[in-house]
Ligand binder design. Sequence first.
Ligand SMILES: Cc1ncc(Cn2c(C)c(CCOP(=O)(O)OP(=O)(O)O)sc2=O)c(N)n1
Ligand SMILES: [Mg+2]
Length: 571
Amino acid sequence: MTNDTQSTEQTDGFHLVIDALKLNGIDTIFALPGIPITDLTRKAQAEGIRMISFRHEQHAGNAAAAAGFLTQKPGICLTVSAPGFLNGLTALTNATTNCFPMILISGSSEREIVDLQQGDYEEMDQLAIAKPLCKAAFRVLHAQDIGIGIARAIRSALSGRPGGVYLDLPAKLFAQTMDAAAGKRSLVKVVDPAPRQLPAPDSVKRALDLLKGAKRPLIVLGKGAAYAQADADIRALIEKTGIPYLPMSMAKGLLPDTHEQSASATRSHVLAEADVVMLVGARLNWLLSHGKGKTWGGANADTRQFIQIDISPTEMDSNVPIAAPLVGDIGSCVSALLAGLGSSWAKPPAEWTDGIKERKDKNLSKMAATLALNPEKMNFHSALNVIRNAVKARPDAIVVNEGANTLDFARSIVDMYEPRKRLDVGTWGIMGIGMGFAVAAAVVTGKPVIAIEGDSAFGFSGMEVETICRYNLPICVIVFNNNGIYKGTDVNPLGGDVAPTVFVKNARYEMMMQAFGGVGVLANTPAELAKALDEAVASGKPTLINAIIDETAGTESGRITSLNPQSAKKK
Ligand SMILES: Cc1ncc(Cn2c(C)c(CCOP(=O)(O)OP(=O)(O)O)sc2=O)c(N)n1
Ligand SMILES: [Mg+2]
């Protein structure tokens, strides 16, 4: 409480939180109301903040994370204390792993009760629990500190490597009052929350020298390159150097997947044979086989050199030595490289680029033949070919994708044409991002969203179809219904209960959407899927298409089956 004497008008914690968020350009909150934040959700809505309330906090958190990735403003997730906070933690930790900027704001119990463990309603030391799982965590105890607390959370989420931040607001804070004028003065508009970090000129020269001398150069674009919104410079760097590039899944569309320099269709060849690899916002983690082993084992395995562009200096040498670390924000690094190219940059040797083109053309015609097989039969390929054509017709649509086979096949079959139009399971490979990401994509962009969902993956967030209907969002959910996790054919050798990986046969998922007033379609053929998808994208109506997929078609864990521990051979 302050004793500021300038005015008698008072403000309170509720309004200071709302004013601080609005002052920093926050116009949407993804939440699940309850004690002690229900009134905050109502007051925020009354003050013009768009309040999107969910059925489970994990999906509100995923929506906040996706909003952060798409807008470069921190997505805000608001939850109740303890169980609501815990439900939001998975999304907060996943956002931090993905480097997506979000802030989880949770109500909490009072310090004096928590610290004496006196058994409060939903008592939990939330700040202590959140700290190791996110980029930064703060608690605010006094109304006059709300402005600085929100400012610190915003700057932490956006500066340097973006990530998840936890902000703990004990219940009593909201009802605290203070002089309105003093309250206004206590608010902080964050200046330049994500300062540019320019690379050192000598590091730019080192990287260019390495690229210049390469016989088989490759550029790998990660989701960090998509987040950077340096789209024109990234495209110019690739096209001016003529170097083949490989987009990781959420970097697809930075250049159209049909671009002549895309090496996606011959990924294994370029990873094995490249002699200089430049990573742009892509970490050498499991998704790139840690930069070593069989995947990278071609002719240049022992002499291959890496250039890495990353805003975090300690990311360098994480798995293999980095010969040319380029530390800075991606936009600044890419423009520095572009400036250093000069006018006489020699394209890579034709032997390398022609070899890639030959392999790529062969693989693309093999894929075309597979996609054309049995056009009337419903399997992963024929169903995804329908979606491939729909996205080609509507490149502004946003694709959300999760599952195992449903994910792996979609990644290679559904081409993307514009940046930040594909949202998926990310670094962790986590299921359950589907509906939260879809809601955020529709809310922040207003564009049509096509959610390509394995039937197991859909189950993690399926209740949010009610949220989608409640806000009448232009989302078309396509459930790839193969009756189970990976496939639908496992059996229990003892009889009795079904096998742990199978679901109710031919479940009628489309009826869930109908239950809440949306459009539900059962699609048994690619033609039925195509008709329903075209109508959904054209109408913008919440739609769920239950695509019945051949239940024998999948493989265990899709592309990453090798990660399953192999049981010892039975005696
Ligand atoms: C939160 C969570 N739980 C479990 C998993 C394990 N998992 C699970 C459960 C998947 C679902 C695969 O089944 P699906 O029906 O979604 O897709 P397909 O049948 O098309 O392969 S993919 C995968 O890695 C996970 N990645 N994330
Ligand atoms: Mg399945």
